[in-house]
Design a protein around this ligand. Structure first.
Ligand code: URA
Length: 232
């Protein structure tokens, strides 16, 4: 219990250092709810709920990304996963194949997952935004907020023990960061653990960044080890 208070104080302090004037709703609800929403549903029920959500995502036309996509890209993996990875948005390869993280960055993510001792199909992999932004641009704040409802529901269904956010878009979204605060580099945020609805969130670099900056891979490996410690 004492340790938990210490963790929460660390998070509060880091929000302050980042320049937050108020605590974001996603963090406050962690404090107020107190308990993790552990999923007690059967695997069959979870698969069905996830399939229904994915049907909605596939026909979504909430934002302009739906106009240029080949297809929406839903999350994939084990509906009972203890570990969930959240990326930014599908790239060109993912848009073509309809699956998350299947390009070069995806291969790097798969090798990280395997190094952590899992098979890719044992974890759950998804994106903050489900459609490919044209020209591989960053998703706009409005696109992220329109898509966030799908991600919230995915997290609720999977109910993982630990979430690893890959890169700034997923990290800022789960941390409730908006506006100017988003200028802060992910390198300043990683190394800290946050809570999203009482689930520990471990921010790390996006695999596409690591392909360009291989020297930082060891930092992501440190983040992965923190995730493994929390899964034990
Ligand atoms: N980058 C992402 O953020 N997600 C993918 O699915 C692929 C590349």
């Amino acid at each position: 219990m004492g340790r938990e208070i210490e963790n929460i104080l660390d998070i509060l302090n880091f929000y302050k250092v980042l320049g937050f004037k108020e605590l974001p709703e996603v963090f406050l609800s962690s404090l107020l709810k107190g308990e993790k929403t552990q999923n007690t549903h059967s695997k069959d029920k979870l698969d069905k709920t996830l399939t229904a959500l994915n049907e909605e995502i596939r026909i979504c036309k909430k934002c302009i990304l739906s106009k240029e996509r080949t297809q929406a890209v839903c999350g994939e993996g084990n509906a009972n996963a203890k570990l969930m990875f959240i990326g930014e948005a599908p790239g060109v390869d993912e848009d073509r194949q309809g699956r998350p993280f299947v390009g070069e960055a995806g291969n790097l993510l798969t090798s990280l997952i395997e190094k952590m001792g899992f098979k890719r199909q044992e974890v759950y992999i998804t994106n903050t935004v489900k459609c490919h932004p044209p020209g591989n641009r960053d998703p706009l704040e409005e696109e992220v907020s329109l898509c966030f409802d799908y991600l919230k529901r995915e997290i609720e269904i999977i109910s993982p023990k630990v979430i690893i956010t890959l890169g700034k878009v997923a990290t800022y979204t789960l941390m409730g960061m908006k506006g100017k605060i988003k200028d802060i580099a992910i390198s300043k945020i990683r190394g800290n653990v946050f809570l999203y609805k009482n689930i520990p969130v471990i921010p790390t670099f996006h695999p596409a960044y690591l392909l360009r900056n291989r020297k930082d891979k060891w930092l992501t490996w440190e983040d992965a080890q923190e995730a493994l410690r929390r899964l034990k």
